[in-house]
Design a protein around this ligand. Structure first.
Ligand SMILES: [Zn+2]
Length: 308
């Protein structure tokens, strides 16, 4: 009994230590007037980072504020909520989810608890993606974080965007754009007109290898469209803010084109997926390439094989 109680205390202490660590480490930096960003770590989700691996943002208007992505667990979401409260006395009235991936949406619960009734906005296909993938995302989070995943749950959007919409924060308008299938089938970008800041979500990865979960030709087409934009500031889904533009888009396109060429050649030569995987080396210039390059080959193979 005493041992059980001691074990329970130890779990609690570990939980508190990990939460305190994320809370203390959770920084918001002002990227432009009224635009604050948080840099996610360029890592896989772990007990050490609690899923704090994607870039997140806060945009403050005169009436209320918007948050763009909520982090990879309720713990990260709670740390983000606390950081928002340190930054502005205004309530968060809108939470935008740039797509369905867990590192961008699993902190949603913390925002609903802090500001009940806030609008949660995503791509028209986001609800279906969350319904299909959500249970697996939560299962993986519980596997990776154990009790540190507590409180994390799937929170669906309250409204969706078919093509474009504008969100008014008072004196500040955010233009939301839903994209055709690219990184995923539910990518949404946000443009803050006041500061000229573009939040690309995972349409742009910087330093970290792009992860293909939508359409390879679709993603290349989206990059070509993004290239025509002239934002003053850029926050990618992963990697440093204000990266070279359009240089970083081009680096990503180079990688996706390389993927397309390799997979196309393999299919044309009648090679199978296994053989193609064995022949392809993870490109060394990207972080986490060893985790995602093979997955990208697999996704590209499945898509391009049917396109022949
Ligand atoms: Zn993603």
């Amino acid at each position: 009994m005493r041992r059980a109680r001691r074990a329970a205390w130890l779990v609690l202490l570990t939980l508190c230590a990990a939460q305190a660590q994320v809370g203390a480490a959770f920084e918001l930096r002002e990227l432009a007037p009224g635009v604050f960003m948080h840099s996610g770590r360029q890592e896989e989700t772990s007990r050490d980072n609690l899923g704090d691996i994607a870039n997140l943002a806060l945009v403050v208007g005169t009436r209320c504020a918007a948050v763009i992505d909520s982090g990879g667990s309720a713990a990260v979401g709670r740390a983000f909520v606390a950081a928002v409260r340190r930054t502005t006395p205004l309530p968060v009235c809108v939470l935008v989810n740039t797509h369905a991936h867990p590192d961008h949406v699993l902190g949603n619960a913390a925002f609903v608890e802090a500001w009940p009734g806030l609008r949660i906005v995503g791509h028209a296909r986001l609800p279906a993606a969350l319904a299909a993938r959500g249970p697996a995302y939560l299962h993986a989070l519980q596997r990776d974080l154990g009790a540190l995943a507590d409180g994390s749950r799937i929170v669906a959007p309250t409204e969706t965007v078919e093509r474009e919409t504008v969100v008014d924060l008072g004196g500040r308008r955010l233009a939301l754009r839903a994209w055709a299938t690219a990184h995923t089938d539910c990518d949404l970008t946000v443009h803050d007109d006041a500061s000229g800041t573009l939040f690309t979500g995972d349409l742009l990865f910087v330093e970290r290898i792009p992860a293909l979960d939508g359409s390879l030709p679709g993603w290349l087409a989206a990059l070509a469209e993004l290239r025509a934009l002239k934002p003053r500031h850029v926050l990618p889904g992963h990697g440093p803010a204000d990266p070279g533009w359009p240089a970083e888009l081009d680096k990503e396109a180079d990688y996706l084109n390389l993927l397309a060429r390799e997979v196309d050649a393999a299919i044309a030569a009648g090679r199978g997926l296994g053989e193609t995987l064995d022949a392809s080396a993870p490109p060394s210039r990207w972080k986490l390439a060893e985790h995602y390059h093979r997955r990208n080959i697999t996704a590209a193979f499945a898509e391009l094989e049917w396109a022949r």
